[in-house]
Design a protein around this ligand. Structure first.
Ligand SMILES: *Cc1c(COP(=O)(O)O)cnc(C)c1O
Length: 363
């Protein structure tokens, strides 16, 4: 099948990449230990700091976001973590805690739900842990956790770090790393940042770095302290994916030209509201409903229960035949839901067109 027209690729990752960004990757190579690399890394720092809302350094890795999830655990969890699980990515975070030889205590909520502040406070009172792992926007269910309030709860407890997966929230909805006092925040390139896959970004608080220094089993390739030291000198830890850094540089400029992080958040909020309006009207009449409750819906992914008797996979296939790409459900929700990844460089107009097509394939 041929590629869909630009503006019609609504997979919840990887997302569509603008041609100017793709084109940037054709530039010739530079030495990864030379002045050109220093200039490139210096150049991208302010734009990344604005997206993370942080004054700390932003660590850049050549890996999938899951690599930095492992960094979060290896450098941030001493013995025991409380892992909040409401879907496949929360599950993955908990799995990494166990896989790296730490003890994991799970706090599970049903698919589509989020852990609420009182539940978290209760769990932390009853179990002694040194870190909390959580996913802000759970891509498998479209649920958005109340991160700011959860962070306030974590701060009530001494010596507990908050490690946050913001893979589908950062650059698509507000994340205020410093103001909310988050200890480790990481994301990937191929979601709301609308870059090709292969880069991960993170920021570590002073508390996180102090903790890392006390953890001997941090590993080597994903050691947060090694990353921090390299970043302090605008150096990569190892040979990075240089072409992807060119793409990042161009995309950060495009984001600034479009009004920066807050304009980007507003556009994503408007796309979310566009889907909500549709579900309240025509979409609801056809039998679509939201999996997550109002107020807990991701700004970047709408996860909808499909009309009775229909399958998410069949709907996604029918959309593909019309030239539109959306996600079917993830994991256990494969057939019951569809997921619209309205993130990155998409617009409200494109979302409206997509919904009109969804109507036509559902009749
Ligand atoms: C996509 C995604 C990941 C994993 O990203 P990779 O780059 O494939 O490792 C982790 N968490 C969330 C919430 C995601 O959406």
């Amino acid at each position: 099948m041929t590629s869909p027209e630009f503006g019609r690729f609504f997979l919840p990752g990887p997302t569509e990449v603008h041609p100017d960004v793709l084109h940037a990757m054709t530039r010739p190579m530079i030495a990864h230990r030379g002045q050109d690399m220093v200039d490139l890394l210096k150049g991208v720092e302010p734009g990344l700091q604005r997206l993370f809302r942080t004054g700390e350094r932003v660590l850049i890795g050549t890996c999938a976001a899951t690599g930095f999830m492992e960094m979060a655990v290896r450098s941030g969890v001493r013995h025991r973590a409380l892992s909040l699980v409401g879907g496949a990515f929360g599950e993955r975070f908990a799995g990494i805690v166990a896989a790296t030889g730490r003890h994991v205590v799970r706090l599970d909520v049903p698919l589509g739900c989020t852990v609420e502040p009182d539940m978290l406070r209760d769990a932390l009172k009853h179990t002694s842990v040194d870190a909390v792992t959580m996913v802000h926007s759970e891509t498998a269910t479209g649920a958005l956790a109340p991160l700011e309030d959860l962070a306030t709860v974590v701060r009530e407890f001494d010596d507990v770090l908050l490690l946050v997966d913001t893979v589908t929230s950062l650059a698509g909805s507000p994340v205020a790393t410093d103001e909310w006092q988050l200890d480790f925040v990481f994301t990937g390139a191929q979601k709301a940042l609308a870059l090709p896959p292969g880069l991960a970004f993170a920021t570590a608080s002073a508390r996180m770095l102090e903790r890392a220094a006390t953890v001997p089993e941090r590993g080597a390739y994903f050691d947060a302290i090694a990353y921090e030291k390299a970043a302090a000198n605008y150096q990569p830890t190892n040979t990075p994916a240089i072409s992807l850094l060119y793409a990042l540089d161009v995309q950060l400029r495009r984001i600034d030209e479009d009004g920066g992080a807050s304009a980007r958040w507003d556009r994503h909020d408007a796309m979310r509201q566009c889907v909500e309006g549709w579900v309240e009207g025509r979409g609801g009449e056809l039998g679509y409903s939201y999996l997550p409750a109002a107020g807990r819906r991701s700004w970047t992914i709408s996860c909808l229960n499909v009309p009775e008797g229909m399958s998410g996979r069949t709907i996604a296939k029918a959309m593909r035949q019309q030239g539109w790409v959306i996600g079917s459900g993830y994991g256990k929700l494969k057939t019951e839901t569809v997921r619209i990844g309205h993130m990155g460089d998409h617009t409200v107009e494109q979302v409206s067109e997509l919904l009109a097509c969804l109507e036509s394939v559902t009749q």
